[in-house]
Write a protein that binds this ligand. Structure first.
Ligand SMILES: [Zn+2]
Length: 257
């Protein structure tokens, strides 16, 4: 359906909701002006250029030519550090404040949910503004000054080995601790309602919590400008921007009787 206002049966459901699981993808970041590096609205119209970017952001390239990986990471990080949370990020903070239980799973690596103030979240792919040492336990943040000075691979301030971006690169495993939290939050004690937005959910670990909720008869909501493979699996598929629809969802949750 084309979005105008929330369907009355959805509003009625939200007014009785006490726990919510939310999943966000690149579309939510795009509303803050962050381009994705491939796919619709991606950084590169040219598909071969997109493929080269994905290759640069892969585990084998990091091992063989870390400067090449860092070249692309620095570009993404510079774009990220200038971005600001949008009404979708802010509405999620309001939802968390209203509900007894709230969990956010995000694929986005821009840190905008954290910057907006979301507390209980799993940034499954990491954060492009964080770094870690490939040898010692050092973990740090990239500042504007770091990014301006960055050419090639930054060095660890503790042991001088090469730092790596604190993101999951193509070909790398997801971090075990985050997978465990995802299971605890979405599988072991599933939220009453699951909301997914701004993603075509191509990764199974992103789609599965929604499908699981739908199969269990829990209310499921999708917010996306375009239809996705999940659109006919969820109870409400709303066509539109998260920045326009999330504030209305937050308002309905806050009107809880
Ligand atoms: Zn180190």
């Amino acid at each position: 359906m084309t979005f105008r206002q929330l369907p009355p049966d959805l509003v009625a459901t939200l007014r009785e909701t006490v726990s919510l699981g939310v999943i966000t993808g690149a579309g939510v970041s795009a509303e803050s002006g962050i381009q994705t590096y491939r796919g619709q609205g991606g950084l590169y119209d040219d598909e071969a250029e997109g493929d080269r970017t994905v290759e640069a952001l892969s585990a084998p390239t990091l091992a063989a030519d870390p400067d090449r990986t860092w070249g692309v990471v620095a570009h993404l990080a510079r774009q990220t550090i200038q971005a600001k949370p949008n009404p979708a990020h802010q509405a999620l903070v309001a939802m968390e404040a209203t509900l007894e239980r709230f969990i956010l799973l995000t694929q986005n690596v821009d840190g905008l949910h954290r910057l907006a103030g979301t507390r209980n979240m799993i940034d499954i792919h990491g954060d492009v503004l964080e770094t870690r040492c490939s040898s010692c336990a050092f973990h740090g943040d990239l500042s504007v000054e770091d990014l301006q000075a960055l050419t090639g691979t930054p060095r660890c301030p503790q042991c001088a080995c090469g730092l790596r971006p604190h993101v999951v690169l193509f070909g790398e495993m997801l971090p075990e601790a985050k997978i465990r939290r995802l299971h605890e939050e979405f599988y072991e004690r599933p939220p009453e309602v699951v909301l997914i937005a701004g993603t075509s959910a191509i990764f199974p670990y992103i789609a599965e919590p929604v499908l699981l909720a739908a199969q269990a008869g829990h209310p499921t909501i999708e917010v996306n400008p375009e239809p996705t493979p999940l659109s006919d699996r969820v109870r409400w598929s709303l066509r539109g921007k998260a920045g326009e629809i999330f504030p209305q969802i937050a308002a309905a949750l806050a009107s809880r009787a």
